[in-house]
Design a binder for this molecule. Structure first.
Ligand SMILES: NC(=O)c1ccc[n+]([C@@H]2O[C@H](COP(=O)([O-])OP(=O)(O)OC[C@H]3O[C@@H](n4cnc5c(N)ncnc54)[C@H](OP(=O)(O)O)[C@@H]3O)[C@@H](O)[C@H]2O)c1
Length: 288
């Protein structure tokens, strides 16, 4: 297939690209590194010249925090909606949208709301669409997981409140496998949550990250939620990922039922294992 892959230079995108290429597909990559800025792709007409000869589109562009000209609405909402409408106009039937776990009716953060707005428009179009909502993804080079990796390496590991927030981290292998399956699966028009096999607490997640870095388990320092929010308000100026909204999302914790994904993949997703923290998507288990 000829596939337009947005976000091709990112963590998810480059893993999808490697697997697509290995499977014999041809990719048209899109990102600022490839000369296309979503900030300037706000109308369907902007996309039409890029859709000539394209069989499927995968949108894996996104930002976890706003900075400078990188704003949620143009990047997560307006450019993807313009792309989806252009697909309908150009007859590109299959469109895969990488959204995020929590971009549903419970969403409250600008991050999730801006994702959901694009998801909703895609779901309203007569296309063979898939809205894929991954949980926190880990693997070599993941930015969010990378931040947690640095937190985990501290002598005392900081957690929010009791540190018992539930996570279902998913390895990049299972995200790529779901994308590959969604390219041909019928019926289409599905929204799927992509989660890992294990539900673990935030504290346990950080402890596992220590193990992955060859460190022994560490004592935990509990930071009350209001203090964590204050620290995030200050810390966001050093690292935009430390935004108070991200602290709130972490505190909320997002969970999903594993069965729909297991049924879709024909197997269970991977369990969290220390050696997987530093690997790319594995060929194992990727359906043909
Ligand atoms: N990683 C996770 O744990 C996770 C979990 C759930 C959902 N997601 C969602 O998955 C998406 C991608 O995540 P990721 O981990 O692959 O992020 P990433 O490594 O930061 O990659 C983001 C991609 O988007 C591109 N991009 C950013 N701004 C752009 C713009 N204005 N115009 C064009 N391209 C732009 C980047 O390329 P350039 O910088 O070259 O433009 C890059 O290719 C995000 O929407 C994220 O919300 C991620």
């Amino acid at each position: 297939m000829n596939i337009l892959l947005t976000g091709a230079s990112g963590f998810i995108g480059r893993n999808i690209a490697a697997t697509l290429t290995a499977a014999g597909h041809r990719i048209t990559p899109v990102s600022r590194s490839h000369g296309i800025d979503f900030g300037r792709m706000q109308n369907p007409a902007d996309w039409l010249p890029h859709l000539d000869g394209i069989d499927a589109v995968i949108n894996a562009v996104g930002i976890i925090a706003q900075s400078g000209t990188q704003r949620f609405e143009p990047v997560h909402t307006h450019a993807p909606i313009a792309l989806f409408r252009a697909c309908q106009h150009a007859g590109v039937r299959r469109v895969l949208q990488i959204s995020a776990l929590g971009a549903d009716e419970t969403a409250f953060s600008p991050y999730h709301l801006s994702k959901r707005a694009a998801d909703d428009v895609l779901r309203s179009l007569d296309l063979d669409w898939f809205v894929l909502r991954p949980s926190l993804i880990y693997g070599r080079g993941g930015k969010s997981a990378g931040l947690f990796m640095r937190l985990a390496a501290m002598p005392l590991i900081p957690v929010i409140g009791n540190g018992l927030q539930a996570l279902q981290p998913v390895h990049i292998t299972d995200v790529v496998a779901t994308v590959m399956r969604s390219l041909t699966a019928t019926p289409s028009k599905q929204t799927l949550d992509i989660i890992g096999l294990d539900t673990i607490t935030f504290t346990e997640w950080l402890q596992q990250m220590r193990e992955a870095q060859g460190l022994s388990r560490a004592r935990v320092i509990r930071i009350p939620f209001p203090m964590a929010m204050t620290l995030a308000r200050l810390g966001r100026h050093i690292n935009p990922l430390l935004h108070p909204d991200n602290v709130r999302m972490l505190q909320t914790g997002y969970r999903a039922d594993i069965q729909p994904l297991a049924q879709f993949l024909g197997r269970m997703p991977l369990s969290v294992e220390p050696n997987l923290f530093f690997t790319d998507s594995l060929p194992t288990g990727v359906p043909k």
